[in-house]
Ligand binder design. Structure first.
Ligand code: PLP
Length: 426
């Protein structure tokens, strides 16, 4: 059987960087990627025969863990009936109804195939509805890799240190205004100056692509107020937070009513999916009902909708979130205690079943302060954790996820591993 090393070397010859999404290459933590063979419950396994407690959970979708029985069954059953029809199915209706029922701000929703497609389409809709072209976003917030949104984006771009990307035309980037997160005065100022040209403001209500950064009290309410005043659309990018921080997402948590919302990850139960939705008056502008074009060969794919539905069927029993919350709290409290005990300054935040841990003593409130983190220390921490069987995101600027499948023993294994890691870092 081939090793991770052999497979990765061969992959580098036919796949750019050997990976199909940059952060997976583990460059920022100075490692080569392990090649995954399978996952089960709270664990992921590599082809070298090692097992890891998985706190990445496929970057968020696997809130029920790997190969959850109900999800596997739903996908298997559907696969036997056909994998794609390019025609409407009842499954799509069922998923759309569930999403609309869960998120009060959504009156209608359209399914797509990725988070990138969702945000790109939501921005087109906002531009079409308002007849304006400019888009406001925040430094360090990542909304996928569409040209308009790949400006001062966090996550992979932050990790690789690429400001935007070659290939994004200057004229397109010039339509995007990127501002510091949590700075309402700067948002007000931008809207006072350019409000009549601004189609929308897109925000991760709880940014999770520059590490986890809590919104300051009143910040999201302020965004709602300013966008309304200037008749621009407020888009909540809940690709990560949707069905993660609670069944109603961040908008329920903070009681905010955005005009449009983008979703992905959990609503596909681990299969490729995305969605955007919002007020009917805007959504009805989409083709074929309206004049704003958006389409997709595999959109509403039966396997993805079956997996998503099976996942939401579990999550709609909201007590699941209490259980997840307890696990997340147990884990993060433990990690912080161990780090501080070892004399390592950290800043931490958590919502529901996601958590972030920065290696910095500075309070993190935006991308600038997130960057005060000691990324070299994170890289050493990551390597030590991997060595002892814990699968963390290979970047300081990502977050961790806990699933319903994680057991107390697995979380304790993470804490024991962290104790060893921290003692070697101090
Ligand atoms: N929006 C947010 C908040 C994300 O975190 C991501 C990806 O991680 C995206 C959009 C893009 O989603 P995808 O990678 O499915 O294109």
């Amino acid at each position: 059987m081939s090793s991770s090393k052999d497979i990765f070397e061969a992959a580098c010859r036919v796949i750019p960087g050997g990976v199909n999404s940059p952060v997976r290459a583990c460059k920022s933590v100075g490692a080569e990627p392990k090649i995954v063979s399978h996952g089960q419950g709270g664990r992921i396994f590599d082809v070298d025969g090692c097992a890891y407690v998985d706190l990445v959970c496929s970057w968020g979708p696997l809130i029920l863990g790997h190969a959850h029985r109900a999800v596997v069954e739903a996908v298997g059953k559907q696969a036997a009936k056909g994998m794609s029809f390019g025609a409407a199915t009842e499954l799509e209706l069922a998923l759309a109804q569930k999403i609309v029922a869960a998120l009060p701000s959504l009156e209608m929703v359209r399914l797509v195939n990725s988070g990138t497609e969702a945000t790109m389409s939501a921005v087109r809709l906002a531009r079409g509805v308002t007849g304006r072209s400019k888009v406001v976003k925040f430094d360090g917030c990542y909304h996928g890799h569409a040209d308009t949104l790949l400006v001062a984006a966090g996550s992979g771009v932050a990790t690789l240190g690429i400001p935007g990307s070659p290939g994004v035309p200057k004229a397109i980037a010039a339509e995007t205004i990127s501002l510091p997160f949590n700075d309402l005065a700067r948002v007000e100022e931008a809207f006072e100056r350019m409000g009549s040209d601004i189609a929308c403001l897109i925000v991760e209500p709880i940014p999770a692509n520059m590490g986890l950064v809590p919104p300051a009290t009143g910040f999201l309410e302020g965004l709602r107020h300013i966008t309304r005043k200037h008749e621009a659309l407020l888009i909540f990018d809940e690709v990560i937070t949707g069905f993660r921080v609670g069944y109603g997402g961040a908008q329920e948590l903070f009681g905010i009513d955005p005009d449009l919302t983008t979703l992905g990850k959990i609503i596909g139960g681990g299969l490729p999916v995305g969605a955007f939705g919002g007020k009917a008056e805007y959504m009805k502008r989409l083709a074929p009902e309206g004049d704003i074009y958006q389409a997709g060969t595999l959109s509403g794919n039966p396997l993805a909708t079956a997996a998503g539905l099976a996942t939401l069927n579990v999550l709609e029993h909201r007590e699941v979130y209490d259980e997840l919350d307890k696990k997340d709290e147990y884990l993060l409290n433990g990690l912080v205690k161990l780090a501080l005990g070892a004399g390592i300054p950290v800043r931490a935040a958590r919502y529901g079943s996601m958590f972030g841990l920065f290696f910095t003593g500075t309070e993190v409130r935006d991308y600038e302060t997130a960057k005060t983190s000691d990324t070299d220390r994170y890289a050493r921490y990551w390597r030590s954790m991997l060595e002892s069987g814990v699968w963390l995101a290979p970047s300081q600027f990502e977050v961790g996820f806990v699933s319903t499948a994680h057991t107390k023993e697995e979380l304790d294994h993470v804490l024991e591993s962290a104790a060893t890691a921290f003692s070697s870092l101090s």
